[in-house]
Design a protein around this ligand. Sequence first.
Ligand code: 3PG
Ligand code: MG
Length: 393
Amino acid sequence: MTFATLDDVDVRGKRVLLREDLNVPMKDGAIADETRITAALPTLHRLRDGGAKTIILSHLGRPDGKRDPRYSLRPIAARLAELLGTPVTFVDDCVGAACVAASHAVPDGGFALFENVRFHSEEEANDPGFARSLAESGDLYVNDAFGTAHRAHASTVGVAADLPAYAGLLMAAELEALTRLTHDPVRPFVCAIGGAKVTDKVGVFENLLATVDAFVIGGGMANTFLAAQGVDVGTSLRDPDLGPATRIIAAAKAQGVSLHLPVDAVVADRFDADDTARVVALDAVGSAMILDIGPATAAAYAQVLRGARTIVFNGPMGVYEKKAYQDGTRVIGEAIAAATAAGATSVVGGGDAAAAAHALGFADAMTHVSTGGGATLEFLEGKTLPGVAALLR
Ligand code: 3PG
Ligand code: MG
């Protein structure tokens, strides 16, 4: 995988059209989590120090091709200016004469942020004319939006055909970290996987079965695997169709990959009855609902993870948002942190996994926490991301 990076170009005095993924969660008009904003800072600092006129493009939410003030990037411009300690001019559109004029007006080392590219339906349609209009505000194009690299849109793919295109520092770091998982990983390679449904992650299982030594499985999807093995999981969340889980179990067996499943669980009478939370063996779930892996399972998974040299953490083990059901995810997070301290490479990928790692305080102990949700999943499924393909040469 070779692409041009910021090391390959002198940006001084040039208008750099920079695609970032500033699609951050918002709550009541305020930024609820600024991880993706801070992740963009290394590239922004590099462009500032290099004397570029940086024009930032991003989307926010899914406004469906229409101008909608709820999805305005204006609050992000204000926060960027604070973080950068320098003004960031907000321009309330992303194409047209006013935008082109604004791009020329950015001082060397300065910044402008254009309004949400998804206010135009041509963005998601990857309309070539729209891409050319975007390109008029740049002399060169830098794509740093790893989190949006699975979308073939005008600002992530189309514009790369109109301007000399480079990967930003975040894009390069994400690809480097994720490629370490898929290309000749140091063994043992263990994937801790969780999430609601097996069907959401069939592609991840299928692709990683070729490279991992073991999976440790938690979350709602563990219930589906257990049910596929004939365990009565009571009223637990599980996929109605046990076919995919059954096929994954058979494929793992055929390929000599260990598939670790829970031996005990934290259950409750109902989802909202935390006061009834208790640990049970898996033959004693009864009519209860499984909401976390149990302590014996967590200890066994932790042991597998501590022996690993490459780890991907791809989903929480339980309903970590609630205190009663966060121990499973915390224990395996601590084990991954210990393995990392001892020299293992650990990557957190997929939206829920990153949120859990931040919430439970082990994100900083990981080698890399991906800013991608869907993009990281598609990468782990072995798919070529269109935004990356557009940069390859
Ligand atoms: C994401 O958060 O998944 C990316 O920013 C892409 O957004 P989308 O899922 O709305 O295309
Ligand atoms: Mg998404």
